[in-house]
Design a protein around this ligand. Sequence first.
Ligand code: SF4
Length: 236
Amino acid sequence: MLTDDEISLLVNKKFREGVRKWMQAEGEKREKNYLHVSSFEYKCVRKVWYELKYADRVPDVEDTALLRMWIGTKLHETPITDNHEFRVEADIHGMHIGGRIDEIFEIDGHKYIIDKKFVKIIPSQPNDHYMTQVMYYAVLYYLMTGEFVDGVGIHYFVPVMTYDASVVTEKTYVRQLTQEDILSFKEFVEDQVLQLKTSLEKDTLPPPTRTWYCQYCPFSASCVNDSVDYVEGDKK
Ligand code: SF4
């Protein structure tokens, strides 16, 4: 007969297996007919290139990250505005790019693209890569609808149960945009996509964009190896 501890371990194991199975099913439902905006959030074209070339090499998500993803996905499901999970997509240099905007708020006659992020601690300023993601959305929204939004932002939320009122569990950072801001970012997006497209067509490795993210990048080992004799434009 099993002990209480053994049963407890088995329940945990089955729980994680259930979540993993659910995440896999969710992954299969994900739109596969376009490049996802989230691939570009670290502004590294080489990473997107690896994702396309070596999709099968992406390691399995470890258990704790899996549970975080599960909680985040479930919390995202609740619609906050009428424009919940608003799908945007556009062709840029012949490549199809898209994503889903979490929410579009209409306030005082102005539109704001807001992405929801669930974190352990509210940051003192919005993360650059999240802001990049919402700027991509603003560009795609413009390309798709011909309309400029008035701002983008991140709504941070700490999904913890606490009765301590001093703990900050929610904060929204908004950046108001001019049409010029969006058009200027559009040029950046077009440059990135063109770099990617050219590298894919010529089968050459795009240049790396080294940032703090590299230590978490699933392709860091390949990237370091490939960089040893990387010369811009060389075939790898
Ligand atoms: S390790 Fe850094 S530079 Fe290399 S692909 Fe990943 S994000 Fe880009």
